[in-house]
Design a binder for this molecule. Structure first.
Ligand SMILES: Nc1ncnc2c1ncn2[C@@H]1O[C@H](COP(=O)(O)OP(=O)(O)O)[C@@H](O)[C@H]1O
Ligand SMILES: Nc1ccn([C@@H]2O[C@H](COP(=O)(O)OP(=O)(O)O)[C@@H](O)[C@H]2O)c(=O)n1
Length: 359
């Protein structure tokens, strides 16, 4: 590991500031918090594989899975006053009144730190759609529609073996009819608005998943940009805990102050975080610093690697002259790794930084 030290012109170093953007230190770095909720509705006939694919999307893209059916079944098991009514509706394959389902969805969404939701099995009819829209004012990003033949869906449901009261041939047939009569019109509503992404769900599980991956690339790009912003805020705020969480322990960097040397590991940057702490203890005034990202591009190179390039405009109030801005061109390479808890996390593995010619 390098322990090169140099002048304080480093820009991957912390400075004391009060930043307006609060960061949540508890959330895993995969989970981007504090943003406007993003919703993808997942629709398709019973047994088309919605739940199966949702589990894969959650694992790979950090979404929160809200299955309307699961929430209703949990409501029955909780002994709520609506329990018997819901149980009877499900047994008959009928659609539960929207006030109940939307209420459960809204509660689950408000309790979640992560604001990217896959809402599975919803909206199942026009009433579901209208009430959700009215209550939440959320417009879905798109509708993921799993298309599959009834013959294939029936075969899958009869061998699902989850002990569900509605996975018997009579109720299955009723659910198919409800899907055609009530759910297809909702899909048509969104189709007219260009929101439906139709997937051939009759193929093997992994093939289906491969075909939906490209739909989630914009979310990955958005996450990588937000993580880069979070990293800069951590630096500006002298927040080493967040900085460390977002970086790989073996992160490499080419930064101007290392004078052409490749720096490896966190020790080099740690030095500056410690220095700021010292400065704070000595009650010496630190210049206020704030970085913003300008002209970003995000390239997702594979499932596990992404590249973010941007110009970082660093405002330094009070040092050396009021309102001075320094600009750096930065490239950050992000790699997705599994944590010891088995969760996917993006880590910054390389930084390339140079001062812009005008700085
Ligand atoms: N592409 C697939 N090929 C074969 N079986 C599948 C596929 N997708 C899901 N299954 C199986 O079919 C059953 C129904 O899938 P599930 O995801 O529960 O459907 P849904 O949520 O749409 O009702 C499950 O037992 C699941 O393991
Ligand atoms: N939006 C919803 C979703 C499910 N449900 C009820 O829950 C049942 C099971 O839905 P689900 O989404 O868990 O399962 P599948 O029918 O897709 O296999 C439905 O048949 C409805 O009775 C509902 O009333 N409203």
């Amino acid at each position: 590991m390098y322990s090169l030290t140099s002048s304080m012109t480093v820009s991957d170093r912390p400075s004391v500031v009060s930043s307006s953007k609060e960061m949540n230190g508890d959330a895993a770095n995969f989970s981007v918090v504090g943003k406007k909720p993003k919703v993808v509705f997942v629709l398709g006939g019973p047994g088309s594989g919605k739940g199966t694919q949702c589990a894969k999307i959650v694992e790979n893209y950090g979404f929160v899975h809200l299955s309307a059916g699961d929430l209703l079944r949990a409501e029955i098991n909780s002994g709520s006053e609506n329990g018997t009514m819901i149980q009877n509706m499900i047994k008959e394959g009928k659609i539960v009144p929207a006030e109940v389902t939307v209420g459960l969805l809204q509660k689950a969404m408000s309790e979640s730190k992560v604001q990217k939701f896959l809402i599975d099995g919803f909206p199942r009819n026009e009433e579901n759609r209208v009430i959700f829209e009215r209550v939440t004012k959320i417009d879905p990003e798109f509708i993921l529609f799993f298309h599959c033949t009834e013959q294939e869906m029936e075969k899958r449901l009869l061998s699902r073996n989850q002990g569900r009261v509605d996975d018997n041939i009579d109720t299955i047939r009723k659910r198919f009819k409800v899907f055609v009569d009530s759910s297809l019109p909702v899909i048509e509503y969104y189709e007219i608005r260009g929101k439906v992404r139709k997937v051939d769900a009759a193929r093997p599980i992994d093939e289906v998943f491969d075909s939906i991956k490209p739909l989630f690339m914009p979310f990955v790009q958005d996450d990588l940009l937000t993580l880069s912003e979070n990293l800069l805020h951590a630096i500006d705020n002298g927040d080493y805990t967040t900085y460390k969480r977002l970086c790989d322990t073996e992160v490499t960097s080419f930064v101007p102050e290392a004078q052409g040397h490749l720096v490896q590991g966190l020790d080099f940057q740690r030095f500056y975080f410690d220095l700021v702490l010292e400065t704070k203890k000595l009650a010496v005034a630190c210049p206020s610093v704030q970085s913003i990202i300008s002209s970003p591009t995000v390239s997702v190179l594979s499932d596990d690697v992404g590249l973010v390039t941007y110009t970082r405009l660093q405002q330094k109030l009070g040092s050396p002259s009021e309102g001075m801005v320094v600009a750096y061109n930065e490239t950050r390479l992000w790699k997705r790794v599994k944590s010891t808890e088995g969760e996917w996390e993006w880590k910054n593995v390389h930084l390339h930084q140079s001062k812009t010619p005008s700085s």
